[in-house]
Write a protein that binds this ligand. Structure first.
Ligand SMILES: [Zn+2]
Length: 176
């Protein structure tokens, strides 16, 4: 049994290293496998609510009426709409309609609760629990820094090419 245990741990580690942001996948209701969203509309995850953030979900996600949360915890003083799976009516997440400033960036996004979601990864044709994946996306500053670096490299290349062409122009003129 010990051997089996170690194999399981190894697999779990392998899955954890997978960055969901690099994978094409569909997000399913863990209970009934109905498709609730896809990775093209995932825009990150919010760790304090253990949820995947989506800009769009399928018609199988039912948005309920707004509920006022209590005054304690991460969701203190929020108005949110529960999201349920149309097929099995299980609660799969929430959409925050109104919140204090610390949750302002996730208002109106569909927050699918990771423990309630499984993912079908297209590349590996495998179904994995969303809780074993990281849906973090690179911070915008990191992305813009990379774009800037690429632009500067390109500009540098063009300037060198320009000066080489100018030199050639001078040489051909001299030959004439
Ligand atoms: Zn379901």
């Amino acid at each position: 049994m010990e051997f089996e245990g170690s194999v399981l741990i190894k697999r779990e580690d392998a899955v954890r290293s997978v960055k969901a942001a690099d994978q094409l996948m569909t997000l399913h209701c863990l209970q009934c496998n109905t498709i609730l969203a896809d990775s093209l509309h995932v825009c990150g995850e919010i760790k304090c609510l253990d949820s995947v953030m989506c800009t769009r979900v399928t018609n199988d996600v039912v948005v309920g009426d707004g509920i006022m949360s209590g005054h304690k915890g991460e969701m203190a003083d929020c108005i949110y709409s529960p999201l349920t799976c149309r097929s099995c009516q299980v609660l799969v997440g929430k959409r925050i309609d109104s919140s204090p400033s610390h949750l302002a960036s996730v208002r109106q996004l569909f927050l699918l609760c990771k423990p309630k979601i499984s993912c079908y990864v297209l590349n590996s044709c495998s179904m994995v629990s969303a809780s074993t994946l990281s849906f973090e996306v690179k911070p915008v500053t990191e992305t813009t820094a990379e774009v800037r670096r690429q632009f500067e490299l390109q500009l540098d290349r063009m300037l060198r090419l320009k000066s080489r062409l100018a030199q050639r122009g001078v040489i051909t003129k001299k030959r004439k």
